[in-house]
Design a protein around this ligand. Structure first.
Ligand code: 6R9
Length: 661
């Protein structure tokens, strides 16, 4: 707070950082941004020179995102051939950087750590690639990865990329049923996992979850389960093995040759699928390809974190999410970065763990989610101030809107006012940062993701689909393709067009609302569709509803988001039971329904509240009025508005009488 009691609303780039930054003024940013839109060929062509291409491109970019002009298709660096793993690892080893540390691995427990150099990573990537090849995995095959944050996770992703296989990483917190659904969709022959993992004080038997998943229908494509023996989490002899299918990593990988062939793939060859929640139906497999993704992930990493060779970078995201793909595995390695890979949680053994790690490795670039910042803030400043943190230069956030209080705490208490804050807005679908400050160039405003990255042309549309010029708010869309954009939904191009391009013709629809202020800064307002953002994780209301009605007692469910001080949003479920149930039902019913959601999706989707609903507020045509449910869930029933369109307005009174029951 300033002397006159007002909060500072704009923060200039820290002077030291700015003096040496890749982009060091707003004017320079604007010049580069304008060029990226006016002459994408020259702009991206120059950037792409920094990578290794087995064959150079003929055309930089070709796209149609307007469904009224035919099918949506997006292609970048047409005619080129390259390889992601080669650019992430081999290129640096060949340039003499083999001894450089790729990963400073920090385990869940404080006494567990190891380092992996670029040369060691190259060897391991080759060994895993050779194992996969020996099991018949080839160019275009799918491989499912269900691993915790150990160096073997990015190494396995890169091994797939090296041989042109398509990886699908499933966050190792999803349930057996979720894992099975993703396996059923992508039909891999190999699944890679560990015996177990400890998250904080809690051991989780990952191999057992894989076994459960593979016992479910639709998973019979899997013939090999490669199990990394993570005995610090779970002893080997506690793990059940299926003869002929399961193999220990330690028995079959280290003996492989440390050289493996590189599959040079076309620019648009699929590199990975990542399943994410949407407003309807099952999670969809967002498909990313090769060249555009590489250029996008690498370029944003370089500019948004202002990365230089002397930096130590650390992103707390798990590789099970897009942030871990683009900003643990790919973006940093394309830039030959040295980074911390952390297996644990920020609050174990206590809320000072992150800052102890920052001091231990002299982390200069740190990237996390607002939910983590808020929970560490709630734990008290003394956990922060016991560390020095003098190495910190850039502090990033991602995943959900950051409230100004948390932004200021991050800036002042964690960064000591010396670091730049970058609030990066982007999505699984966008592959890389889209709207974000550049730390040496763009003054930050707490709570705003600021201005678009190079090549990104956002717009805000009003209800009628017209572009809002100047200050105003509405739906956030993007007007043209960018290199790291998703190319389709695996196996369902129609759903891809429907979800992202049919809402407003000629635009990519983000699903977010946004406001533009008088300086042209963009403020993300959150999802406008039926997606709930719990601690930065996307969960579809439809998924939770379908999990609930999967229980034999549940006749109908309606799920809405409610604001939460730490998690951003939480899941609030209205549930109608079958038959002539009495309300409230016995406590076991609530427990059973919650267990059902955890089983169907995973603990991250656990509803915070189950609100019993003998009936749901519906229109005469039978549509659930979620607007009313949201107000009731948020305790804003004084703002219910017009309820006369309800088939039975008395439903509201009944619901209010059952709150907290
Ligand atoms: C990278 C990632 C995407 C959704 C997105 C938006 C929200 C992400 C944000 C943000 C406000 C930010 N989101 N970053 N909201 N400010 N800096 O999180 O991808 O898991 O696909 O989520 O997250 O609502 O639409 P993903």
């Amino acid at each position: 707070m300033s002397a006159n009691g007002e909060y500072q609303t704009s923060y200039d780039p820290p002077k030291d950082l700015q003096a040496q930054a890749h982009v060091n003024s707003l004017d320079e940013y604007k010049r580069m941004y304008d060029q990226s839109l006016k002459d994408p060929e020259a702009f991206w062509g120059k950037i792409a020179e920094d990578f290794y291409w087995k064959k150079k491109w003929d055309v930089i970019e070709k796209h149609n995102i307007d469904t009224s002009k035919g099918p949506v298709s997006i292609e970048w660096f047409l005619g080129a051939q390259t390889n992601l793993a080669y650019n992430a690892v081999d290129r640096h080893v060949e340039a003499g950087m083999g001894d450089r540390v790729a990963f400073f691995w920090e385990g869940n427990d404080v006494d567990q750590s190891r380092t992996v150099t670029y040369k060691q990573l190259q060897d391991q990537v080759c060994q895993v690639a050779n194992f996969l090849l020996s099991k018949g995995v080839k160019k275009g095959s799918d491989v499912t990865i269900y691993l915790p944050m150990i160096p073997e996770l990015p190494a396995t992703m890169l091994a797939c990329a090296r041989i042109g296989a398509v990886h699908s990483v499933v966050f190792a917190g999803f349930s057996a049923e979720s894992l099975a659904g993703r396996i059923e969709d992508s039909r891999p022959s190999v699944v890679v996992t560990t015996s177990g993992v400890k998250r904080g004080a809690k051991p989780i038997e990952l191999k057992k979850i894989v076994d459960e998943a593979l016992a479910l229908p639709g998973t019979d494509s899997v013939t090999t389960v490669l199990v990394y023996d993570h005995s610090i989490a779970l002893p080997r002899n506690k793990v059940a093995f299926t003869e002929g299918r399961d193999v220990w990593w330690q028995d079959v990988v280290p003996g492989q040759p440390t050289e493996a062939p590189i599959e040079w793939v076309d620019a648009e060859h699929p590199s990975f699928k990542l399943y994410t929640s949407g407003s309807t139906g099952k999670p969809k497999g967002v498909l990313h390809t090769t060249a555009g993704y590489m250029v996008g992930a690498a370029t944003t990493f370089k500019y948004v974190f202002d990365h230089r060779a002397s930096d130590v970078y650390w992103c707390t995201a798990d590789c099970g999410w897009i942030t871990g793909h683009s900003y643990v595995t790919y973006g940093p390695l394309f830039n030959a970065a040295s980074q911390v890979v952390f297996e644990g949680v920020p609050t174990y053994p206590d809320a000072g763990r992150c800052w102890d790690i920052v001091d231990k490795y002299n982390v200069s670039l740190f990237y996390t989610a607002p939910t983590a910042i808020r929970s560490l803030m709630a734990a008290g400043d003394e956990f922060v101030t016991r560390s020095k943190r003098s190495s910190l230069r850039v502090l990033g956030t991602v995943g959900e809107p950051i409230n100004p209080e948390a932004w200021r705490w991050y800036n002042e208490v964690v960064g000591g006012g010396r670091a730049a804050i970058v609030d990066t807005w982007w999505q699984t679908e966008t592959g890389a940062h889209m709207i974000t400050p550049l730390p040496g160039a763009i003054p930050a405003k707490p709570g705003s993701a600021t201005l678009p990255f190079f090549g990104v042309e956002p717009a805000i549309l009003d209800e009628s689909g017209k572009e809002v010029e100047g200050p105003g708010q509405g739906y956030l869309v993007v007007k043209r393709s960018w290199p790291s954009m998703l190319r389709t939904i695996a196996g369902d191009h129609a759903r891809f067009e429907q979800t992202y391009f049919n809402v407003y013709k000629g635009y990519y629809f983000t699903g977010d609302g946004a406001r533009r202020d008088e300086d042209g800064y963009i403020w993300i307002l959150g999802r406008v569709d039926d997606v709930i953002n719990v601690s930065g994780h996307r969960i579809g209301t439809a998924e939770v509803e379908s999990a609930l009605v999967g229980h034999h007692l549940c006749a109908e469910a309606a799920v809405v988001p409610v604001e939460h001080a730490i998690k951003g949003q939480v899941i609030y479920a209205f549930v109608t039971l079958y038959g002539d149930a009495t309300y409230p039902p016995p406590e076991e019913t609530r427990k059973a329904l919650i267990a059902q959601v955890r089983k169907a999706i995973g603990p991250i989707a656990t509803p915070d509240v189950i609100h019993w609903a003998p009936s749901l507020p519906k229109t005469r045509s039978g549509k659930i009025m979620r607007r009313i449910l949201r107000k009731i869930a948020s305790r804003e029933e004084d703002q219910l508005g017009d309820i006369s369109t309800l088939a039975d307005p008395s439903v509201v009174e009944t619901l209010l009488s059952l709150r907290g029951k």
